[in-house]
Every structure is written in C-alpha cells, then in structure tokens.
Design a binder for this molecule. Structure first.
Ligand code: GLV
Length: 324
C-alpha cells in the first residue's frame, strides 16, 4: 500500500501526478486554509505532508500526527514549522532553497524601481484622469543608478540582488552575521559593514533575513531613525521583520522617502495605514511567484518527500539530527 500524504494548499496538477506515482494523496485543490485544527484532522493518518508557508506545523499539529515522518515545505522560509517539535518527534523537515533566488531577487528589484520612480502612485494618478498636461517638474523620483544598495541578510537571494546592482553601477554594502568569503564578495562587489553603518549609508535598503523571534522587528523606530530621509526600504523577506506601525509613521512624516513591500505583519491582513500612503509600492507576497519557479518549488518539495518516505536523506533536510 502506498503511504498516505497531505498536500496543504493547491498545487499544479503535474505535481499531484508526480506525487500520485508514490503516494495516496489527500490534496487541497479547493485551497481552503486548513489552519491548526484542519492540519490536525487531516494529518492524523498521514506519513508525510507537503506544506506552504501558510500551513502552521505547530507542536500540537505534530503531536496529532503519530504516523508523520516528513514535512516538506514548498517555500524557502520555514518559520511556519516548529522545527524543534519535528526533531523531537523524529519528523524530517525540508524547505526549497536555491530554486527561487533569481525570481525573488527580480521582485525585490521591481519593488526597488517602483518605489524609486513612484510607479504605483503615478499610475493611479493617470488612471484617475488627473493627467492634465506634461510638466517639467512632475513626479520626480529617486535615481537608482550610482546609488548605494544596502542588503541586510546576505544569503543566496541577497547575492543575486547584488549582482543585479552591478548593471546599475551601484555601490553595494551588506550586513550579515557572517561575512561572505572574499571571492563571493568580489563576485558581487559587495562590502560588509556593521548594521548601523548599513542603515546610515543605504539609499535603498533591502531586507532578506529569515523570520524568527530573534529577527522580530529588526527594523523599528530606532533603526528607521538612522536611515536617510531620502532612503527607500524594501522588504521581500517576511512580515514581522519590520515594525509596520513604525514604518508607516516614518513614511507619513517623510522621515523615509519610500518603501516597497511584499510582506506584512499579520498578512493577508495588513495595517490599513499603508493604503493612505502614496510613497509605497505594495504587492501580496509574490516574491517567488513566476510559473516556472512555483513549479520548481513544488517539484523540489515533492522530491524531498519522495526521498524521505523512501528512507533516503532528502536533499534539503533542515534537521539532520533526526537521522541519528
Ligand atoms: C516564500 O515566501 C518563501 O519563503 O519561499
């Protein structure tokens, strides 16, 4: 008999077909949010799960799933999974690193350009029929070329972003707990600086940190106060890394020039204060959302699950301690 698995959110039919070769699949093509209670009920008899960042794999969910051997997230971030609970229950957990770096860096770049050149507000103005004539002094934005790009969290996506900045002749500075090897720094012409220096020097500060209690409100009142009033903040990482209330207040008072945001505290709800601002570009958590990349992410998660339930080490295992 094939092992039974759950797929937490809607995925492409090709992914279900691949999973169906190995497993008896309980899918969620109607795409309801299962939440803790839904996951507890649906995982009670499952050996594995393919989960999204919206599926809360908490200790209680793990406890309610005695047959569970592997939870494979189709996301690079895995703050939705209680990794310690997985490990103590002997459940393997995996994510999808590497397949979404360029797509997410592209979206960060799009938001950077959008906030720099005020695209959302200018388009709204045009659509509202307010364009009565061309003016020399109209919709003035910020130059991206030759400006300083700051990157907080310099993993694969950060380095992909830094490489994009080369074409715009930008100066690139970054802060990360560990410095990149010299060769990697040279490849993206990026210089490590202290966090405060990063905040002070950046014309465009892009956040690419993983979310955890340790990174909660990494950017709050004090950090925003260090930034230039001409600077722009871009967050394509996770809501909660920024104190949204503090950001809204800085943007409202023009203590910060603009922001490009793909993620929010408490999404899909978010602070309505953002909607009153004309100096923000807002997108609904679509960093990795190209067809090719979402397919690659789901297939990668499927590969992880297939390996895990066949007794092999999944390629993206987050808690190798479970194998001991
Ligand atoms: C998306 O947000 C991801 O973590 O992959």
């Amino acid at each position: 008999m094939k092992p039974r698995i759950l797929v937490g959110r809607e995925v492409f039919p090709e992914v279900l077909a691949r999973l169906g070769e190995h497993f008896e699949v309980d899918d969620n093509q109607v795409d309801v949010i299962l939440g803790v209670e839904g996951l507890k009920a649906r995982l009670a008899d499952k050996a594995g799960a393919l989960t999204a960042a919206t599926d809360p794999v908490t200790a209680a969910v793990i406890a309610a799933a005695p047959k569970l051997k592997a939870v494979c997230n189709f996301a690079v971030g895995y703050n939705n999974i209680d990794l310690a609970a997985c490990t103590s229950a002997g459940v393997m957990a995996t994510n999808t690193p590497g397949v979404l770096d360029d797509t997410t860096a592209d979206l960060a770049w799009a938001l950077l350009m959008a906030t720099a050149r005020r695209l959302p507000a200018a388009e709204r103005w045009l659509r509202n029929g307010e364009w009565k004539g061309w003016q020399f002094i109209q919709w003035l934005g910020t130059d991206v070329h030759h400006a300083t790009l700051g990157i907080l969290g310099m993993g694969r996506i950060g380095q992909a972003l830094a490489r994009r900045a080369l074409g715009f002749d930008m100066k690139v500075v970054y802060h990360n707990r560990t410095r990149l090897p010299d060769d990697d720094e040279a490849a993206c012409r990026a210089r490590w600086v202290e966090k405060d220096a990063l905040l002070r020097e950046s014309d465009f500060l892009v956040l690419l940190l993983p979310y955890s209690p340790a990174t909660h409100h990494t950017i709050g009142v004090a950090e925003l106060a260090l930034m230039k009033p001409t600077a722009h903040l871009i967050n394509v990482a996770r809501g909660g890394i920024v104190d949204d209330e503090a950001l809204i207040s800085a943007l409202r008072q023009r203590r910060l020039c603009g922001a490009g945001l793909d993620v929010f505290e408490g999404e899909p709800k978010f602070n309505p204060g953002f909607l009153e601002l004309d100096n923000v570009a807002l997108t609904p958590h679509i960093g990795s959302s190209s067809h090719a990349t979402r397919m690659a992410m789901a297939m990668r998660a499927a590969d992880n699950l297939i390996a895990a339930l066949a007794g092999r080490r999944p390629p993206d295992l987050l808690n190798p301690e479970v194998l001991k």
